[in-house]
Unconditional design. Structure first.
Length: 378
C-alpha cells in the first residue's frame, strides 16, 4: 500500500504544481520536476525510487514520445531533415569534445573524461516535446528540426556508448549490435509504409470497444520493445510508431484517447521520477564545479543549434529555439550515468555530481524555450 500512497501523492502534487506553474507563467513541466525534488530523497523523503514507480515512469516516457509522433508533421520532418542531422551531429560532437577537455583539465582519467562527454552528448527529447506540446509548437518548422535532431541525437549517443563500452572491456558485441539496429530501422521503414496502415485497416473488420486505441498501444509497445531489444532507446520505437499511426485516418482519434490516459496518470509520474535520483549530500563543496559543468552543458547544445539555424537562414529567435530545444538532458543521460556507476567507470560522488548537472540543465531548458517563444511572438 505504500507504493499506492506514493503514486497518489505524486498525482496530487503534480496537479498543484501544474496549477501553480501556469499562474506563475512558467512551463508546467518545471513544476512537475520540482515535485520529484520536494517529495523525494532530496527533501521530504516521502517518495523513493522503486520498481513500480520506475516501470510506470518508463511507460510514461514511452507514451509521451508516442504522442509526439502522433502530433508530428511527417512532411515537415522530411523537409528539414538536413538541418536536423547537422544539429544532431554538432550537438553530439561539441559536448563530447568540450567535456573531454574539461574533465582532463580537472584531472580525470581518459575513460572517465570520455564518459563525461557521452553523458552530455545525449538530449532529453521528452522534456523538450512536453514544452513544445504545451506551447503548440510540435508541428512548427523549429519543432520539426528539434524533434528530428533529438531522435538522431539519441541514436548517435547509444551507438557511441556501445562503442565506448566495447573498448573498455564491457560485454558488448559492437558489430552484432549495429547490425541488429540497421535491421530494426529497415523493419521500421517497412512497418511505417505498409504493415501499420494495413494492420489498422484490418481493424475495421473487427468489432470491440476502443479497438483503434488498443491496437495503437499494441503497436507502440511492440516497437518500443524491439528498439530496446536491439540496444536502442525504447522511445525511438514509440516515436516512430506514433509517426506511422499519425499519417493514417485514425491518428487524431488515437491521440485524443492516449492523451487522456497519459496526462492523467503516467506522464506526471515520469517527470517526477526524473528528479528522484537527486541528492544534495556533500555537494556544497562541489558547487563551483557543478555550476561550471552546468554552464558548459547548456552552451555546448545551445550554441551549435543556434549556429546551424542561422546557417540555414532561420531568424535569431527561431535559431535560439532550435538551440534551446537541444539543451535538456534527462532520462537518456541518467541511464548512461547509471551504466557508468555499474561498470565502475565513475565513483558514487561523481555519480551524484553528474545527476545534479543533468537535472539542472533539464530545469534550464524549458525556461530558454519559453523565452525564445515569447521573443518570437513579439
Amino acid at each position: 500500500m505504500h507504493t499506492l500512497f506514493e503514486i497518489s501523492l505524486i498525482l496530487l502534487a503534480s496537479v498543484i504544481a501544474t496549477v501553480v506553474s501556469k499562474k506563475a507563467g512558467i512551463p508546467a513541466v518545471v513544476g512537475q520536476l520540482f515535485v520529484g525534488i520536494i517529495l523525494g530523497p532530496s527533501l521530504l523523503h516521502l517518495v523513493k525510487e522503486g520498481e513500480v514507480l520506475h516501470f510506470l515512469s518508463e511507460v510514461g516516457v514511452i507514451l509521451l514520445m508516442f504522442m509526439a509522433g502522433l502530433e508530428a508533421h511527417f512532411d515537415m520532418l522530411k523537409k528539414y531533415l538536413k538541418p536536423s542531422l547537422l544539429v544532431a551531429i554538432t550537438g553530439v560532437v561539441v559536448p563530447l569534445a568540450s567535456f573531454f577537455v574539461l574533465s582532463r583539465l580537472f584531472g580525470y582519467e581518459v575513460n572517465a573524461a570520455i564518459f563525461y562527454g557521452l553523458v552530455f552528448a545525449a538530449t532529453s527529447i521528452s522534456i523538450t516535446v512536453e514544452v513544445l506540446s504545451e506551447y503548440k509548437r510540435i508541428k512548427s518548422k523549429t519543432g520539426a528540426i528539434i524533434i528530428g535532431a533529438a531522435v538522431v541525437d539519441d541514436i548517435l549517443a547509444v551507438l557511441l556508448l556501445s562503442l565506448f563500452l566495447g573498448t573498455t572491456g564491457a560485454s558488448v558485441n559492437l558489430f552484432h549490435q549495429i547490425g541488429l539496429q540497421a535491421i530494426f530501422f529497415i523493419f521500421l521503414a517497412v512497418c511505417m509504409k505498409y504493415i501499420i496502415p494495413a494492420f489498422l485497416r484490418w481493424s475495421e473488420k473487427i468489432d470491440f470497444l476502443e479497438k483503434e486505441t488498443l491496437l495503437a498501444l499494441l503497436i507502440c509497445l511492440s516497437l518500443s520493445l524491439l528498439a530496446d531489444a536491439v540496444g536502442l532507446s525504447a522511445i525511438i520505437g514509440s516515436f516512430f510508431a506514433g509517426l506511422a499511426i499519425g499519417q493514417t485516418p485514425y491518428g487524431e482519434k488515437v491521440e485524443t484517447r492516449i492523451a487522456t490516459l497519459s496526462y492523467a496518470f503516467f506522464i506526471p509520474i515520469f517527470f517526477t521520477s526524473i528528479a528522484l535520483p537527486l541528492k544534495f549530500d556533500g555537494m556544497l563543496e562541489q558547487t563551483p564545479t557543478i555550476l561550471l559543468f552546468t554552464a558548459v552543458a547548456v552552451l555546448t547544445k545551445l550554441i551549435p543549434g543556434y549556429l546551424v539555424g542561422r546557417g540555414y537562414q532561420f531568424g535569431q529567435m527561431d535559431s535560439l529555439t532550435i538551440g534551446s530545444g537541444m539543451v535538456s538532458r534527462g532520462e537518456m543521460a541518467l541511464i548512461i550515468v547509471q551504466i557508468g556507476l555499474a561498470q565502475n567507470i565513475i565513483s558514487t560522488t561523481t555519480y551524484s555530481e553528474l545527476v545534479l548537472v543533468v537535472i539542472l540543465s533539464t530545469f534550464i531548458a524549458p525556461f530558454l524555450l519559453k523565452y525564445s517563444f515569447g521573443k518570437e511572438q513579439q
